[in-house]
Write a protein that binds this ligand. Structure first.
Ligand SMILES: [Ca+2]
Ligand SMILES: [Ca+2]
Length: 166
């Protein structure tokens, strides 16, 4: 667990009302930084290791997602399933394309798959670009594949911003 000290200036009229996080030293607050590889939610934000926004670009959290066409389960036309069930392979299992997705964050009757592509000036796909939906950490994150394609899942009925980071 890594701990950093941060000076916090309490802008309160009365010093006795100044809440600086319980630090022994007035003006100092302990900030716990997520260790990305210890299976613990170090900073208590409900997101463990690579699920935590602060870890996603660390080397230990990088991965190359599979092409959905290569891992999607075959659908049986005689036994149709809900759309939400048909896309679970995107976020379930050890080799999930979307990591850190909490299924409780999905509105199953209202979800959609977002496909995006990252390309260079010549239109060639760029691999390894992390993508997520800002403000929705429970919808997980992924990286662009070799061809630049990105797949994420979002709840519909609203505007969704996709953020990509190098
Ligand atoms: Ca955390
Ligand atoms: Ca951790």
């Amino acid at each position: 667990m890594t701990i950093r000290k941060l000076f916090l200036f309490c802008l309160m009229v009365s010093a006795s009302n100044c809440d600086c996080g319980g630090s022994q030293n007035p003006g100092l607050v302990d900030l716990v930084v997520e260790d990305c590889d210890n299976e613990t939610d170090d900073n208590g934000d409900g997101l463990t290791d690579c699920e935590d926004n602060t870890c996603r670009l660390k080397e230990v959290c990088r991965f190359v997602p599979a092409d959905p066409e290569d891992i999607a389960p075959k659908l049986d036309p005689m036994n149709l399933i809900d759309f939400s069930d048909s896309i679970k392979f995107l976020y379930e299992g050890d080799n999930a394309i979307i990591r850190g997705l909490d299924p409780s964050a999905l509105e199953l009757e209202n979800i959609g798959v977002l496909r995006s592509k990252v390309v260079d000036k010549e239109g060639k796909g760029i691999a390894g670009i992390m993508a997520h939906i800002p403000g929705s950490p429970k919808l997980g994150y992924t990286f662009s594949r070799e061809n630049g394609d990105i797949d994420l899942i979002a709840n519909g009925g609203q505007s969704v911003v996709l953020r990509r980071a190098f």
